[in-house]
Structures are given as structure tokens and as C-alpha cells.
Design a protein. Structure first.
Length: 209
């Protein structure tokens, strides 16, 4: 389904600006559930230029990832040849191609997709029984939306002038419903960046029963 994907043209292998507030909380979650000296296998769905996968690798995690961006995977393979990162889509039969994992990670991807149910089903299928999904997406809620309206920033935030861009805007309620529909349980939502009411993003942690 290439028609709902825009290659953003990766030119470097560095972390993005959103990782400054996403990664500290992500590492806190991962470290809390990790036994000493254990190597947890992680599948990263939407690995971009491989920068997050490399950060995880440096912390002792075993990472496999895919991204629909040819430019992202090209940059990743050039700078991180020790990682297994391939061109692929959330709409592929990923579980058949890669097997199942105790943890599936996807940062700031779901807001770009026309078919979020297919995406979440792919995450569910990639997980082992009892496995954990960690998904992040920009946060939207009443107070944040009100603040955007009062400050005249709605047009900039919900811009229609960005080719590709964000096409789904998730709240705690809508993302929870989506995950519950797919069969996930024990869903936790953690807001990051700014105070919770005005958070930039949310990290959702969910378990496959």
C-alpha cells in the first residue's frame, strides 16, 4: 500500500528531535522489565534511519527492524551495518518473515497511516504470547487542543500542507480502543514532553495475553 506512504528522504543517521523526550521514558520502561545482563529481542516497526535501533543495540538489546523508507534503510545500512534492518511495511506478513518477539516497538509511526487497524494487527501478530508492545504517537486531549485554539496554533499543528505528514490524531481514549479491539490488555499510557495536560507525545505500553 505504497499510496499511503511518503518517503521523507533521510540524509543522516542521527536521532530526531522527538527522541530527546521519547527515549528517556522508553529506556526507563525497558530497564524496569529487564533482568540483569539479559538480551531482550526487539522488533522495531518503522525504524527510519536506524538511529533508535542502534541506541538499543548499544544498551545490549537485539534489534530487528523494518521501514518503508528506501532512503532510511540505505542510511541505516551504511552507518549501522551490524543491525538487521530491511525495507518493509506494516502491511506485510511480518510474523511469517521474521518470527515472533517478546517486544515490539514503534515510535511516531501510527499517526502517518491510513490503516491503523492493520498496523496494530501486525504488532499483535509479531508478539509472542505475553509479549509487550510499546507504541508512541503525538498526544491530543482537551486541554492541549484548547491551548492550541486559544493561541492560534491550530492551523500550524493540524496543517494540511505537509505532504505525507500526520493524518491520524490520537487521544488516550481512541488509541486504547484501537489496541483493545486488536486483543491487547493491561494498557498503560505515559505522557512525555511538557506537563501531562500539554504533552508532546504519549507512550502506550500494552500486553498480548
Amino acid at each position: 500500500m505504497a499510496e499511503d506512504y511518503q518517503d521523507y528522504g533521510y540524509r543522516n543517521a542521527g536521532l530526531g528531535w522527538s527522541h530527546a523526550y521519547l527515549l528517556p521514558k522508553l529506556f526507563e520502561i525497558l530497564d524496569a522489565g529487564r533482568k540483569a545482563d539479559s538480551q531482550i529481542r526487539i522488533f522495531e516497526l518503522g525504524c527510519g534511519n536506524g538511529s533508535v535501533a542502534n541506541e538499543l543495540h548499544q544498551r545490549g538489546f537485539q534489534v530487528v527492524g523494518i521501514d518503508a523508507s528506501d532512503s532510511g534503510i540505505r542510511v541505516a545500512r551504511e552507518h549501522y551495518p551490524h543491525l538487521k534492518l530491511d525495507v518493509g511495511s506494516a502491511y506485510d506478513d511480518l510474523a511469517s518473515n521474521y518470527g515472533r518477539f517478546p517486544l515490539v516497538l514503534s515510535l511516531e509511526v501510527i499517526e502517518h497511516l491510513y490503516y491503523p487497524r492493520k498496523f496494530v494487527q501486525a504488532v499483535f501478530d509479531l508478539l509472542e504470547t505475553g509479549g509487550t508492545a510499546i507504541i508512541s504517537t503525538p498526544y491530543h486531549g482537551y486541554w492541549k487542543n484548547l491551548a492550541l485554539a486559544l493561541t492560534g496554533k491550530l492551523d500550524a499543528h493540524f496543517t494540511a500542507l505537509w505532504d505525507g505528514g500526520h493524518i491520524k490524531f490520537w487521544s488516550v481514549k481512541t488509541l486504547t480502543v484501537l489496541l483493545e479491539e486488536a486483543g491487547f490488555r493491561d494498557i498503560r499510557v505515559l505522557r512525555v514532553g511538557r506537563i501531562p495536560a500539554l504533552a508532546k507525545s504519549m507512550l502506550v505500553v500494552a500486553r498480548k495475553p
